[in-house]
Design a protein around this ligand. Structure first.
Ligand code: B12
Ligand code: SF4
Ligand code: SF4
Length: 524
C-alpha cells in the first residue's frame, strides 16, 4: 500500500496527506537543513518532484513522495530513475551555496548504495544495477564542517580516472598512515589498520555460505555478493581500505543476571544506546576530511577519493579488520582482539595506495567456549555460522514468524544475542566503550511486561535514535511475546499477554497465542 506524503523544508510546515500516518515523517521540523527527509522512515518508491527542486534550499518547496510502509530504516531511498532531482551532483554544491547564503552551519550529504533496505517490496522494484547512481541512500544533517559535500562530489566524479592517473609524487604514505592512526584515536576509534582492497582470499567462503542458504532471508547478502567480494566493483579506483573499530561495551546491569531473570528482557549490549551506524560513519567521514585537508596542502587532494561504511553496504568488514591487523577472526566469526570483541567495525574505501598492515595471529587456540555456549548451536563449526539459527537473526533480521522449535531456546533475549561473546575469555579484559553507546531509558534491565505494554507511539519515541527501532513495533511485540512465553507465566505475564490477544497484527496474535499455550492457558 502506498501513502502519499508532502514534505517541506525546515523553513515551512510539513503537510502530510496520508491514510496511515506512521513510519514516515517522525520528527518533521528539526534543525537540519534537510531534516524532514533525513528523519523520514520508510522506503520511497517514487519521487515526484517539481523541476525546481533545488529551490528547496532557498524557500519553501513541497514535494510529494510515495511511500511503502516497511521495515523501518533510518534512510530514505530515492529512485532516481523516476526523478533526478536528488542526484548528488545537483544537490551538493547548491546545498553548500544555499547554506552559506543563509549563514547556516552547512549541509552534510552522504550518499551510499542501498544494501540494507530489508524490504521485499523495495527489492522487487529496485533496478539492480542499471548504473551505479540509480539508488542511493541520502543522509543529511547540519554540521559545522562544510567541505564534505565537496569531497563527496569530487569522490564521485572520481576516481577511476583520477586514481589511475594520480601522481602522488612526494607524498610520504608511511607518515600519512601514522597521522591517520593518530587522528583516528583522537576521534575515539580504538584502532585503525590499513589493508589492500583485495578480499579474494575470503570470497569463496562467502559464496559457499550463500550457496548453503545460511543467510536465510537476508537476501541483500546474496543480491550484493559480487560487490561484497570485489571492493573495486563497489568503489572504482579503490586501492586501500582503512579499517577501524569502535568499542561499545556499556556500563549496564550484569548480563548474566538479566539473562537469568525471566521477568526481564535481555537486549544485546550493542543496542542499549545510540545507533552505531551514524556514529561510526560520522567519525570516519571526519577522518576522511582530515586526510583530504592534509593532501590538499601538497596539491594532492584532487587524487583523493573515498567512501565510508559501517554495516551500511556490501563490505566484508570482518575480513578487512582481519587483513588490516586490527583483529583476528574468533571462532564465533566476529573480529576479536586482546581487548575483546565488543566493538563495531567501519571502513574507509580510498584511492590512496597506503602501505598495508600485517594481520595479527589468531589467539583462540583450543578454546571452543562460544560454540558450546550458543543457545541454538548456530555456530555450526569454528568460524561458521548458520544465520537461520542465530538468535540475532531471528529477533532482528527475520521478518515473519519465528520457527516454533527455536522459540524456547531464545529465552528472554528480545533483541539480538551476546552469548558467544559473553563467554569469550578475551572479553574479560574488555574496556568500557564509547559514551555514545551508554544505556538509554533503563533498557538494560526492563520488565518484559512493561516493554510489551508500549504502544506504537511509545515504541517510536522511546527508541528514537536506537538501532532497535529498525525492527518496528510489530516485530518488537513478536519478540517479547516469545520471551513472555518462555518466562515463568506469572499473573502479570499472563495479563500482559492477554491484553494483546486482539492485536491487529496476525504475527503478534500468533506469537501471543503460542506464549499463552506455554503456560497451558486454555484461551490460546
Ligand atoms: C550478516 C551479518 C550478520 C548475520 C550473520 C552473521 C555472520 N557471522 O555472518 C547475523 C544476523 C546472524 C548477525 C549477527 C550478529 N552480528 Co552481524 N553482521 C552481518 C554483516 C552485515 C555481514 C557479515 C557477513 O558477511 N557474513 C557472511 C559470512 C560468509 O561471513 P563470515 O561469517 O564472516 O564468513 C567468513 C568466515 O566464516 C570465514 N571462514 C570460513 N571458514 C573459515 C575457516 C577458518 C580457519 C577461518 C580463519 C575463516 C573461515 O570465511 C567467510 C568469508 O570471509 C556484518 C557487517 C558487514 N558488512 O560485514 C555484521 C557484523 C559482522 N555483525 C556484527 C555484530 C555486532 C553482530 C552481533 C554480535 C549482534 C548481536 N549482538 O546480536 C551478532 C553476532 C553473531 C555472530 N556470532 O556472528 C558486527 C561485528 C563486530 C565484530 N566485533 O566483529 C558487524 C561487523 C557489523 C559492524 N559493522 O560492526 N550478523
Ligand atoms: S549471537 Fe547467540 S545465537 Fe547467534 S551465534 Fe552467538 S550465541 Fe549463537
Ligand atoms: S570463546 Fe574461545 S573460541 Fe570463541 S572466539 Fe572467544 S577465544 Fe575464540
Amino acid at each position: 500500500m502506498c501513502n502519499e506524503l508532502q514534505f517541506a523544508t525546515r523553513f515551512g510546515p510539513v503537510r502530510r496527506k496520508t491514510e496511515n500516518q506512521d513510519e514516515i515523517g517522525r520528527r518533521h521540523i528539526i534543525n537540519g537543513l534537510l531534516g524532514p527527509l533525513d528523519q523520514a522512515h520508510g522506503v520511497v518508491s517514487e519521487v515526484l518532484a517539481k523541476t525546481g527542486i533545488l529551490k528547496l534550499f532557498w524557500f519553501i518547496e513541497t514535494i510529494k513522495i510515495k511511500v511503502i510502509p516497511v521495515y523501518a530504516r533510518n534512510y530514505v531511498n530515492f529512485n532516481q530513475c523516476v526523478s533526478r532531482a536528488f542526484h548528488w551532483s545537483d544537490v551538493a554544491d547548491p546545498a553548500q551555496e544555499g547554506t552559506g547564503k543563509r549563514r547556516l552551519a552547512g549541509a552534510e550529504i552522504a550518499i551510499e548504495p542501498d544494501d540494507h533496505a530489508g524490504n521485499q517490496q523495495w527489492r522487487q522494484i529496485a533496478p539492480e544495477s542499471k548504473g551505479c547512481h540509480l539508488i542511493r541512500q541520502i543522509q543529511c544533517q547540519c554540521r559545522p564542517i562544510v567541505n564534505k559535500a565537496m569531497i563527496l562530489a569530487m569522490q564521485e566524479k572520481n576516481s577511476a580516472t583520477n586514481a589511475s592517473t594520480a601522481d602522488w609524487g612526494t607524498v610520504d604514505f608511511v607518515a600519512l598512515v601514522k597521522q591517520i592512526k593518530k587522528w583516528g584515536q583522537e576521534l575515539g576509534l580504538a584502532e585503525l589498520g590499513m589493508a589492500s582492497a583485495d578480499v579474494s582470499a575470503a570470497s569463496p567462503e562467502l559464496l559457499r555460505w550463500l550457496e548453503l542458504g545460511r543467510h536465510g532471508e537476508m537476501d541483500y547478502m546474496a543480491k550484493h555478493a559480487n560487490l561484497r567480494a570485489h571492493a573495486q566493483a563497489m568503489v572504482p579506483g579503490c586501492l586501500s581500505v582503512i579499517s577501524a573499530r569502535l568499542p561499545y561495551w556499556p556500563q549496564a546491569a550484569a548480563s548474566e543476571q538479566v539473562l537469568a531473570n525471566r521477568e526481564l528482557g535481555y537486549i544485546s549490549r550493542y543496542a542499549l544506546g545510540r545507533d552505531y551506524h551514524k556514529t561510526m560513519r560520522r567519525r570516519l567521514q571526519r577522518l576522511a576530511e582530515q586526510i583530504h585537508h592534509e593532501l590538499e596542502k601538497t596539491g594532492h587532494g584532487k587524487y583523493f577519493s573515498c567512501r565510508v561504511f559501517s554495516d551500511s553496504a556490501p563490505v566484508m568488514e570482518v575480513e578487512f579488520a582481519r587483513k588490516s591487523g586490527i583483529a583476528w577472526r574468533g571462532k564465533h566469526t566476529l573480529a576479536l582482539t586482546r581487548e575483546g570483541s565488543w566493538h563495531f567495525l567501519g571502513e574507509i574505501y580510498t584511492s590512496l595506495p597506503l602501505p598495508n598492515d600485517d594481520p595479527i595471529s589468531d589467539h583462540c587456540g583450543t578454546c571452543r567456549s562460544c560454540l558450546d555456549a550458543c543457545p541454538t548451536a548456530a555456530i555450526v563449526a569454528p568460524y561458521e555460522i548458520d544465520a537461520r539459527l542465530c538468535i540475532s537473526y531471528l529477533t532482528i533480521e527475520l521478518q515473519g514468524a519465528i520457527p516454533v522449535e527455536l522459540r524456547p531456546l531464545i529465552g528472554n533475549r528480545i533483541y539480538g544475542c551476546d552469548d558467544c561473546q559473553l563467554c569469550c575469555p578475551w572479553n574479560r579484559l574488555a574496556r568500557l566503550g564509547d559514551p555514545d553507546f551508554a544505556v538509554r531509558h533503563g533498557l538494560d534491565a526492563m520488565p518484559l511486561a512493561e516493554l510489551f505494554s508500549w504502544d506504537r507511539e511509545q515504541f517510536e519515541s522511546r527508541l528514537a535514535g536506537s538501532p532497535i527501532r529498525r525492527i518496528g513495533h510489530e516485530r518488537w511485540l513478536r519478540n517479547i511475546a516469545v520471551a513472555l512465553g518462555n518466562s515463568a507465566g506469572s499473573p502479570s505475564t499472563q495479563a500482559a499477554l492477554k491484553a494483546r490477544l486482539d492485536h491487529p497484527s496476525a504475527l503478534v496474535r500468533q506469537h501471543v497465542a503460542w506464549a499463552l499455550a506455554q503456560s497451558g492457558d486454555e484461551r490460546s
